[in-house]
Every structure is written in structure tokens, then in C-alpha cells.
Write a protein that binds this ligand. Structure first.
Ligand code: ADP
Ligand code: MG
Length: 596
């Protein structure tokens, strides 16, 4: 082919790919335009995960009728004039690419009336070509309707994930903007149902209650700006909420960061938050946090990436330190964890009652020597630390009812006692074992559940008459649509009112657990999605039903747990791959005591 210059339409389609990757990117750009236009109320409607229709309505300034067609031109923007302006951008948009890109790969209809004009205008652009522009009556503000997204770029369409994945992305995006702009009223409708709304009260706490649900939000602590350590570092404000150590998640996905009102992705700052919890959370567990970082516009470059999700700081270390300091300050200030934890506050024999000064959290602190787990435990060598079995004595442990009959995978252990209401101390053939009661019990329950389901048995359940619990709308929706899945693990949920549920039955290991906590944990698990929803649920109910750190166990309970652990398929790790036990060999003890 000879070299030639691409037509405007083709060039626009290629460039569109950079800005418009998926339906959520359209929502992002249009919501940003509405925010830049000073809207106080933004409503978002989605059909078929955004591929059929995306409609964003705002009550912002509107576009002057003479400029409406121009708004669809590439590099047409009202927000930037000179390159120098790039250094202090105060608006979300500035590249003048969004409308042109979106209109290149869809049929886009824009209706807008400027505040100071008496009538509005409607413009339709289809696959990058303007179809019509005509005057219309309209309320002040702008409505952009995007239909048949990617109709002319089939390759892009093919790479989209399922509607439900796209819906999840859109949901996440809208809730993030609602957090960043608590003074703006957001409403998200997906497939004709309201998924989320915020009140526009101006209070971040109100938005977080809508996003996380009241039960979860109650365990979040307010983070407030901390004075900078020195005068020569730039002023960096960090404001928001971070979870108390009793509240955590299995991934970093619940750490949400904003810089000057823009949600950003930043590994290093996420790590700053995680670091602030150092030693307060169990391994592999992460806090929830919503943090608004504010600094002078010239301290941050947002023009790094077309989707503007990454930013570059002029003084990254100062930002890191400010985030860490702010989060750390609230954790240190926190009243004793007793006021937060569930069972931990029954508090028999917790560390600090025993005279240790470390605060007690219903979480598993790191234990030195965890790496010894990788050592192989001999399962047949009786070892020199055990009592030899009397001749004829049956050392096999009878399996309890419903207990899978499996070969022993750990040596027989003899329970000695409990430490810190968290760990079981046991003696075995090759030395000493410290067993994390929560992790070990979760492992046992998890294998038991899987075993029963594999046998085609239903899990034994208990009936409940629990109080009603209200959940955020999108979680409610999942609870309704996934009720069959829930039933398969023994959870019977009753819709009790709008977004309000009651538990009618739960697996019997959850009989003692707070129903509100069960509901919110289960709903969050469904929301997390992921490959294997059933397995995720089994893990969640295993952890919920497991003995808690801080729970005093009697000798029989400990012995029975240890016996069941000995016959687990994978006894040394919990369902989330964290260690269940630490082995300190006889040799190691001798070495420590210098008994060589
Ligand atoms: P950018 O936001 O980067 O300037 P866009 O292509 O998103 O580029 O929008 C082009 C221009 O159209 C904006 O600069 C703005 O003047 C106008 N515009 C777009 N959406 C709206 C809206 N919802 N309300 C008012 N003006 C808008
Ligand atoms: Mg824009």
C-alpha cells in the first residue's frame, strides 16, 4: 500500500482506543466533564454493561450553543490555553479528547443548555460523523447519551469482559467519584435498578456508609491531617478514613487513594498505608482505607497517562511519609482494640492482662520462626519427646461424627495448653508445636465443608431468627441473585425490606456468630467476585465459624481441634495459605538452651 494520510474518521478511531478502553472509561470521562462543569447532581444510567447505553445527566453550566459542535473536535477544550497552564491544572479534563474519542466509536447524542441561554441544542455524532445539530428546549445542564459503544470497532467489542464485569468496573468508578465529591449527589442506575446513590451532603462519612454499609463503616477511624515534620517539605494534607485493625480484607483492593480529587493508582502509596498497619494485621490481610491527599497542583503531574490514573509527584518521599504518618497517627491514638473486636473483648488471659504491654488485637501478630514451617515434619518417627505407646495401646484417634476418615498428615500431638488465648501449645514427636487456633480451625472447617459438598451432602445448618440488617444496594442485589449459591452452603437469606435481609439458617458452625457480620461478610465475598465463587464462600464461612483470637478454649476443644487438624489434607496452612502452626524442633530447643 502506498503511504497516505489516514482520514480523520479512521485516525479518530485509532486515537479513541487510548482514551476509551471499556464502558467504564466512557463513564469516567463523562462524569469528569460533569464535575468540571460544576454539577451538583449527576445521574448515570447503564444498559447491558454500558455497551447498549450509557447516559450521564448533569445540572452543570451547560455548553454555550455556539460551542456545542466544537466540543466534539479533537483537542477542543475550554480548560486549557497554553502549555504553561498544564502546570497548574485544577480541572479533571484538559486534553480535549474525550468527547471526540467517545463519539468516534459510538452514536453519541449531546443535549445541553447553557445556564445563561434560553434554549438548548441537541447534537448527534455517529461513528465520528456529525448527523445533526438542532435547537431544543432543555433544562440547564448537559445530558450525554452514548449508544452502541464500539459498534464500529469489533475487535475492541470482542475483548470486553462480561456485562457483569463491566458493571462492576462502572460501579467502582462511580462510588469513587462519590467519595471524592461528597458534596455532589450521585445516582447510578444499572439495567433499570438503582445500584448506588449518595446524598450530596458534603460529608465523606455519609458516602462511605452508602458504599461500605453502616456495620463496616462503624469500624473505620477518621484520619486527619498531621502537621508536616519540617518547614521545607511541601504541605500535604491527608484526610479520610482507615479501618481499625479489627477490620481487614484479603487484598489491597479496598485501599482507595485520591490526589486532588482524582482517584489514582499508586503502588508505593498503597504500600505506605499497608506499612502503617505493620504488625497490627495478620499476614496476608490488608486494611480498608479511603484517603484524600491534597497538595499544591504544581507538586503533582497528572499528565502522565491518557486515562490520568497515574500521577507523578515532585516529592514522592514526602507524600509517602505524609500518608504513612497520618494513618499511623490514628492507629496509635486509637483506644484499646477491646472496644472494636468481637469476641476479643471477652478477654480472658489476653496478652495485656498477662502483663505484656503490647496492645491486643483480634489479629495474629507475627511470630518469630514462622519460616520453620517449611521444615518437613516427620509423621512416623515417634521421636524422643513423646511417651512411648504402651504395648497394645491404640494410638489412632477416633474420628468424630462427620469427620472425614483420612490418613494422618501430621504427627500425633498432645495438647499442653493455650497461650495468649490465641495459640495452642502442643508437644509432638519432634518437638514443640504452636498452633494458631483461628487459622487451624478455619482449615478444619474448610476441609470439612468441601468434603461434605464433594460427597453431595448438604451442610448441617441451624435455624436463626436474626434481626434485619441493611446492606448497600449493590450487595443486596448480589444476595438476591446468588441465593441458590448461598443455599448450597447452608445460608438461607430472607429479603425483609428494601436492601434489608434476615438470616433464616446458617451452617451450624456459625450458630454463635453475629448474623449482621455473617451477612456483610458473605455479601462482600459475593461482591469480590473472582474465579470460584463457591470456594470463596466456603473460605469466608470457615473463617467466620473458626475460633477467634482472644477466645479461651477448654482442653477438650483444643484436643479435638488438634485431632481434626492432624487429619486435614493440607494441615499446615489455612485456606488463605497462611501458616496454621509453627514447629520448634527438639534440636532447636536444645540449641537455644545451649544444651549441645
Ligand atoms: P476536556 O474535558 O478534556 O476539555 P472533552 O472532550 O471531555 O475535553 O470536552 C470538551 C469540552 O466540552 C470541554 O472542555 C467543555 O468545555 C465541554 N463539555 C463537555 N462536557 C460538558 C458538560 N457535561 N458540561 C459542560 N461542558 C462540557
Ligand atoms: Mg473531559
Amino acid at each position: 500500500m502506498p503511504i497516505r494520510v489516514l482520514s480523520d474518521v479512521v485516525a479518530a478511531q485509532i486515537a479513541a482506543g487510548e482514551v476509551v478502553e471499556r464502558p467504564a472509561s466512557v463513564v469516567k470521562e463523562l462524569v469528569e466533564n460533569a464535575l468540571d462543569a460544576g454539577a451538583t447532581s449527576i445521574s448515570i444510567e447503564i444498559e447491558e454493561g454500558g455497551t447498549r447505553l450509557i447516559r450521564i445527566s448533569d445540572d452543570g453550566t451547560g455548553i454555550p450553543s455556539g460551542e456545542v459542535s466544537l466540543a466534539f473536535h479533537r483537542h477542543a477544550t475550554s480548560k486549557l490555553e497554553t502549555v504553561a497552564d498544564l502546570d497548574h491544572i485544577a480541572t479533571l479534563g484538559f486534553r480535549g479528547e474525550a468527547l471526540a474519542s467517545i463519539a468516534a466509536v459510538s452514536r453519541t447524542t449531546l443535549v445541553s443548555r447553557h445556564r445563561e441561554e434560553s434554549s438548548g441544542i441537541t447534537v448527534q455524532v455517529d461513528g465520528g460523523e456529525e448527523r445533526f445539530a438542532r435547537p431544543t428546549g432543555a433544562p440547564a445542564g448537559t445530558v450525554v447519551t452514548v449508544e452502541n459503544l464500539f459498534f464500529n470497532t469489533p475487535a475492541r467489542l470482542k475483548f470486553l469482559k462480561s456485562d457483569s464485569t463491566e458493571r462492576r468496573h462502572i460501579n467502582q468508578l462511580v462510588t469513587r467519584y462519590a467519595m471524592a465529591y461528597p458534596e455532589v449527589r450521585f445516582r447510578l442506575m444499572q439495567e433499570g435498578r438503582e445500584q448506588f446513590h449518595s446524598t450530596g451532603s458534603g460529608d465523606l462519612a455519609d458516602v462511605l456508609v452508602e458504599v461500605f454499609g453502616l456495620d463496616t463503616f462503624k469500624d473505620m477511624l477518621e484520619v486527619s491531617p498531621q502537621p508536616a515534620p519540617r518547614r521545607d517539605v511541601p504541605a500535604i494534607d491527608v484526610y479520610g478514613y482507615a479501618s481499625a485493625p479489627s477490620l481487614y480484607r484479603a487484598n489491597r483492593g479496598h485501599i482507595v487513594l485520591f490526589v486532588n480529587g482524582r482517584a489514582i493508582v499508586d503502588q508505593s502509596l498503597t504500600y505506605a498505608v499497608v506499612q502503617a498497619y505493620h504488625a497490627l494485621l495478620p499476614d496476608g490481610r490488608y486494611p480498608l482505607a479511603v484517603l484524600m491527599i491534597t497538595l499544591a497542583p504544581e507538586e503533582v503531574d497528572v499528565n502522565v497517562h491518557p486515562t490520568k490514573a497515574e500521577v507523578r509527584f515532585r516529592a514522592p518521599d514526602a507524600v509517602f511519609a505524609a500518608v504513612q504518618r497520618a494513618v499511623r497517627a490514628v492507629l496509635v491514638d486509637m483506644p484499646s482494640a477491646r472496644e472494636y473486636g468481637g469476641r476479643a473483648d471477652q478477654g480472658h488471659g489476653t496478652w495485656d492482662e498477662a502483663g505484656y504491654d503490647a496492645p491486643v488485637y483480634p489479629a495474629r501478630p507475627r511470630v518469630p520462626g514462622e519460616e520453620q514451617l517449611r521444615m518437613a515434619l516427620p509423621t512416623d518417627d515417634p521421636g524422643r519427646f513423646t511417651r512411648a505407646a504402651a504395648p497394645g495401646e491404640d494410638t489412632a484417634i477416633p474420628s468424630g461424627p462427620g469427620q472425614p476418615l483420612r490418613p494422618r498428615t501430621l504427627p500425633i500431638m498432645r495438647v499442653i495448653g493455650q497461650v495468649g488465648a490465641m495459640y495452642i501449645v502442643a508437644e509432638g514427636p519432634a518437638g514443640l508445636y504452636l498452633i494458631d487456633q483461628h487459622a487451624a480451625h478455619a482449615r478444619v472447617l474448610y476441609e470439612q465443608f468441601r468434603f461434605s459438598l464433594a460427597q453431595g451432602d448438604s451442610l448441617p445448618t441451624v435455624a436463626l431468627s436474626s434481626a434485619a440488617t441493611e446492606l448497600p444496594p449493590r450487595q443486596s442485589r448480589l444476595l438476591e441473585t446468588e441465593s441458590a449459591l448461598l443455599a448450597s452452603v447452608g445460608i438461607d437469606v430472607e429479603l425483609f425490606g428494601p436492601n434489608t435481609f434476615r438470616l433464616r439458617a446458617v451452617p451450624d458452625s456459625l450458630a454463635e456468630e453475629d448474623p449482621a457480620r455473617i451477612l456483610s461478610n458473605v455479601a462482600e465475598t459475593l461482591e469480590m467476585g473472582g474465579e470460584d465463587a463457591l470456594d470463596n464462600l466456603l473460605q469466608t464461612i470457615s473463617y467466620l465459624g473458626a475460633y477467634k483470637a482472644g477466645q479461651t478454649l477448654d482442653f477438650d476443644a483444643m484436643a479435638s481441634l488438634v485431632q481434626r487438624l492432624e487429619r486435614c489434607e493440607t494441615p499446615r496452612t489455612d485456606p488463605d495459605n497462611q501458616p496454621t502452626l509453627i514447629h520448634i524442633s527438639g534440636e532447636e530447643l536444645a540449641r537455644q538452651f545451649k544444651r549441645a
